[in-house]
Design a protein around this ligand. Structure first.
Ligand code: PFF
Length: 454
């Protein structure tokens, strides 16, 4: 018996679920610290350019592949390229990358639960900004606490994905995504009143290319993929739950704009704190946890605002982590005929186990010589490898597939169905066939030192 594929219940539900996947730790946690480590405005400009000319076109490509095949990644490629078996491997690369990312995503999201609880306990009261900042270091070094919250967060993710796309993913995304946007906007307006705001705005919006390294260029590309959830099969999977009358190009632009806007608002909220209190922008992965509580401590109703903020932070991480888990689950159900329950448990337990070394990275209890050997701790190694290498590679292969191997008529039909943006078809085709692949290849060649330019 063939099972009917579940579809999104409504247009807005689909947009919210996709926006929920896109807006996540990427915009609020990863973007600000990457921007601080890669020199400011030039990184932002590249991130913006990559999103517009590479990210959104890939996003549209993934929706098309998903909707045209009505399958999850591995089967989608075998369905659309029946003569070649190799494209299946791209599906597996997607699955593996999602798995790696989910493993550490959950650790960071676990820290946000921890911060919500700390906020409820008024943890900033009577502390100086440096003392508030130092709490993150204590947390990072506390292996047991990190593992504990990682477990809790993974259980929450597993619970929702088990509920299925309609009841689970769509329902929660509709409520939580708008709530977070409202609170972010409020905090942004408050940040504009801080003395460091204009310095921060200059740092973020004024591009100084002398501060950008070649690794920074690759990082900006990976960042754009991360926030859009592309290059790892998520958007393809969500596209496969899409109905035919929905507008694919428009969805690409809406989600692309929302995720860039949220990233930039998040930075405009965090960097004024950094400049007001004389912190360093290059704080690394702890940046958001070190700075935002300092901002909250200055506000009236600290406990309330800080608690609500971190609770919402947990929820937006959830609407993203469920999309990462869904890629694994959807494939295991489809490939091996597993029940949803079995697929969810298998993937959730696997990602939990792999997340443990990340949760222990700060304590140094495991892999003591990792940093000396690889130059980064375990957490940073997985983050860098998956986001700056595997995602861009996954995205590159996806557009090569759709631009050069997939049935042209089907591609065009899917693009045009339900959209008024018909004039964009040729621009999009040019971007995915020529511009985006060449640009991604050049960035990768430069980073592998096969070619160098200054
Ligand atoms: N786009 C989401 C975020 O920015 O947090 C979730 C996400 C999806 C992160 C896919 C990473 C990723 F590879």
């Amino acid at each position: 018996m063939t099972q009917q594929r579940e579809h999104w219940g409504s247009k807005i539900g689909f947009i919210m679920a996709t926006a929920g996947s896109a807006i996540g730790l990427g915009s609020l946690w990863r973007f600000p610290y990457m921007l601080g480590q890669n020199g400011g405005g030039a990184f932002v400009l590249l991130y913006f350019g990559f999103t517009l000319f590479i990210g959104i076109p890939i996003f549209i490509a993934e929706l098309i592949i998903g909707r045209a095949s009505q399958k999850s990644v591995v089967k989608a490629y075998s369905e659309l390229a029946p003569k070649s078996n190799h494209w299946r491997l791209l599906g597996w690369l997607n699955i593996f990358t999602s798995f790696l990312i989910l493993s550490y995503y959950s650790v960071i999201a676990g820290w946000t639960i921890n911060y919500a609880l700390m906020s409820l306990n008024n943890f900033t009261e009577g502390k100086t900004p440096s003392a508030i900042k130092a709490i993150y270091e204590i947390l990072y070094k506390s292996a047991d606490i990190s593992v504990f919250w990682h477990l809790i967060f993974m259980l929450m993710t597993v619970g929702i994905v088990y509920g299925g796309i309609r009841k689970g993913i769509e329902y929660w995304s509709r409520i939580l995504t708008p709530a977070l946007l409202v609170i972010l906007l409020g905090l942004f307006f408050y940040a504009t009143t801080l003395p460091g705001f204009s310095q921060a705005a200059h740092y973020i919006l004024y591009p100084d290319f002398s501060k950008l390294s070649t690794e920074g260029v690759l990082n900006a590309l990976g960042m754009s993929f991360f926030t859009l959830s592309i290059g790892i099969g998520i958007i393809l999977t969500y596209g496969s739950y899409m109905k035919t009358q929905e507008d694919i190009p428009k969805t690409g632009f809406i989600i692309g704009s929302i995720s860039v806007a949220v990233s930039i608002f998040a930075a405009l909220m965090i960097f004024p704190v950094i400049f007001t209190f004389g912190f360093e922008p290059e704080q690394g992965a702890g940046l958001v946890f070190k700075t935002l509580p300092v901002l909250f401590a200055k506000l009236p109703g600290t406990t309330f605002i800080s608690t609500i903020f971190f609770i919402l932070f947990v929820f937006i991480a959830l609407t993203s982590s469920i999309s990462l888990l869904e890629v694994l689950v959807a494939n295991f159900i489809e490939l091996f005929n597993w029940t949803r329950k079995k697929a969810v448990l298998f993937s959730g337990i696997g990602a939990f186990l792999l997340g443990i070394p990340t949760a222990l990275a700060g304590s140094g209890d495991l892999f003591k010589n990792w940093q000396d050997i690889y130059g980064k701790d375990f957490f940073a190694t997985i983050d860098y490898t998956s986001c700056s290498w595997m995602m861009p590679l996954g995205g590159l292969l996806t557009i090569i597939f759709i631009g050069w191997f997939m049935d042209k008529r089907l591609v065009q039909e899917e693009f045009l169905q339900g959209t008024k943006m018909t004039k964009l078809l040729h621009i999009w085709l040019f971007l995915i066939k020529w511009f985006a692949p060449i640009a991604v290849i050049l960035v990768i060649l430069q980073q592998t030192k096969i070619i160098t330019w200054n």
